[in-house]
Design a protein around this ligand. Sequence first.
Ligand code: PGA
Length: 247
Amino acid sequence: MRERLIVANWKMYKTAAEAQRFIQDFLPLLHDTAQAIICPPITLLSKMHSLCAGSRIVLGVQNIYWENEGAYTGEISAMQALDAGAAYCLTGHSERRQFFNESAHMVALKTTAALKAGLKPIVCVGENFTQRENGQTLQILHDDILASLKGIEATKCLTIAYEPVWAIGTGQVATPQDAEEAIAHLRACLAEIWGELAAEIPILYGGSVKPDNISALLACPNIDGALVGGASLSAAGFAAIVNTAKN
Ligand code: PGA
C-alpha cells in the first residue's frame, strides 16, 4: 500500500498573522486521523513549526539550493530547511522551471541534496499546453522524469508530483482519466530506472485540485494524493480536501 499524501503549496502567499489564523481555523476542522503537508513561504517556516507542534501537519519548503552552505545570496540549503522544521521539499515546480530557469539538471542536483540531508523531495514534472496539444505529453514526461532523477539511486524517501502546467492555477483540472494515464506512465518510466521500487513510490496529481474534484482523482488506482496550490490557502477548502483523502 502506497502512502496517500495531500500537500499544500502556499507559493508566495500569507503573512505571519494570516498563517496563524489559518492554523487556528484549520486544525479543528480536521477529521480524526487526517494529515497534511504544508509548504509555506520560507519566512513562515519557524512560526509554522511552533503553530503546528503536536498536530498532524508536517512541513515542507518550496525550494532549496544544492550546496550545504556558502556565499549564495538569497538561497537556503536542505540542511537549513530541516533545521527550521521542514521534512519535505518541492523540487522542479513548473513555476521554478518557468520563471527562474531551472533545468532538469538543477532539479536533479536539488533532489540529490535534499535526499542527502534527510529532506524528502517531492519532484514535480508536467507538460505544457502546446506539448499536450501536439501529442507529446508521454514523451515529455518520460524525458523529464529521467533527467530530473538522473544519478539518483532508488529510494522510498521520494515522491513525484504530476502537474500539467496548463492546469496550474487555471481552474482547468485534468480529467481523472488523463491524470491517471500520465501517472501510470510516470510509474512505468520510473520502473525503467528503479525497477520494482517504482510500485512503492507515491505519485501525486497537481493542478486546480479543489474540494469538488479531489474524490474522482483519488479514485484512480495510480493517483496517490494531491499537490494543492490555490485551494490550500483557505482553511475550510483545504480541510475539505484533506478530510476527503482520509475517508
Ligand atoms: P493550483 O496549483 O492548485 O493553484 O493549480 C498547484 C501547484 O502549483 O502546485
